[in-house]
Every structure is written in structure tokens, then in C-alpha cells.
Design a protein around this ligand. Structure first.
Ligand SMILES: [Fe+2]
Length: 199
């Protein structure tokens, strides 16, 4: 089954992040990952259904290149969808998520400060997730789509800190971009994701 690009969940402009950045980021970069996911998984399908996999090798092989591309493109699709899905909101932390954040990080402010700092420390992604092993909220970072992720974790807040997410609007001032992330965050949506994750 082919993956299709998911439309933006919000309409109108974001705070600080220009329409131009959103258009390039969503319509070109994200859409590019969707296309590559489909291309790679189409090639893997024939290999997984009786194709010749006898050359598989960890240094280099067609299968290795495809498997590496598969996780890169697939996580590129999913991470961007989580990121775009929680933008376009406003307001403060709410509901069960707010209570859980207070419990884990002593206050929502402390969580936001910690998550923001993780965004400065990462080269790609910051993810607040529900860790199904620890049964707790955790913040994990990844320097690229298929590095740094922890399996068994369900994303709640995903922040893209690649330069392409902010450089047009903020130059090298990533801190200002992250400050605006909180102004653009749809806390209601995040609370919904949290409630789904802990079920
Ligand atoms: Fe991105």
C-alpha cells in the first residue's frame, strides 16, 4: 500500500514560522520522504517475496542500502507528520498531559525548559514520548531520522530542529524558533495523543 502525503492539520499562518517555510518543509521536503518511502518499500517488496537476497552484506549490499533508506525515509515521514500535527494551536498545557508533566518534571515550565534545551543539544529531532517500557514520559533526541529513536515509545510532542525548519525565518537563532514552537503548539492535540498513548 502506498503512503500518501498527509495534509496540514492547520490552516492560516503560524507564529514566527513563515508560510514559505511551511510550504517548502511540508510540500517539498516531507513529500520527498513520502515518495522515497514508497520507492524503497516497492523495491523491498519484490526482494521480500522471493527476490534474490543472496548478496546481503553489512559493508555494502543492495539490501543494506535499501534497509537503511527504508528507516530513514519512513521515520522522515512519521516524524514530520507528528511535528506538523501538533502545530497551529495556542494556549497553555492542558488536561491529563499537563498533570503528567508536572508529576515527571515538577512543573510544566521545567519540562518546557528541559525540552527546549534538548532541542539546542540535538541535531535533528526532540521527542516527548510515552515510553511503554518505563511507563513514563521521556524526552529522547535524534541527530537524524533513523538515529536516536527508542523503540516502544509513542510520540506526543515532536520538534524538528534541522536548520531547514527555521533558517529562512530565524537565521541561526534556533532558540527563538524553539520559543515560538511553544506559541504554535496545539496542547489539546498533544493531550489527545497522550491519552491514546497511555491506554
Ligand atoms: Fe524537517
Amino acid at each position: 500500500m502506498l503512503t500518501e502525503s498527509k495534509p496540514l492539520s492547520f490552516s492560516g499562518s503560524l507564529h514566527g514560522i513563515s508560510d514559505k517555510t511551511v510550504a517548502i518543509h511540508h510540500d517539498k521536503l516531507y513529500a520527498g520522504y513520502v515518495a522515497k518511502k514508497n520507492e524503497v518499500q516497492d523495491k523491498l517488496k519484490s526482494l521480500s517475496q522471493g527476490g534474490d537476497v543472496s548478496s546481503a552484506n553489512q559493508s555494502y549490499s543492495e539490501l543494506r542500502a535499501l534497509k537503511d533508506g527504508e528507516t530513514f525515509a519512513t521515520n522522515g515521514v512519521y516524524l514530520h507528520e507528528w511535528y506538523f500535527d501538533i502545530l497551529g494551536g495556542t494556549g497553555d498545557a492542558t488536561g491529563s498531559l499537563a498533570e503528567a508533566l508536572k508529576k515527571e518534571y515538577t512543573s510544566v515550565e521545567n519540562f518546557m525548559s528541559y525540552f527546549s534545551a534538548c532541542g539546542m543539544a540535538s541535531r535533528g529531532w526532540v521527542v516527548l514520548c510515552w515510553d511503554t517500557h518505563d511507563k513514563a514520559l521521556r524526552v529522547y533526541t535524534g541527530d537524524t531520522h533513523n538515529q536516536g529513536g527508542v523503540w516502544g515509545c509513542l510520540p506526543i510532542l515532536v520538534l524538528d530542529v534541522y536548520e531547514h525548519a527555521y533558517f529562512i525565518d530565524y537565521g541561526s537563532d534556533r532558540k527563538a524558533y524553539i520559543t515560538d514552537f511553544w506559541k504554535n503548539l496545539n496542547w489539546n492535540k498533544a493531550d489527545e495523543l497522550f491519552l491514546q498513548a497511555i491506554k
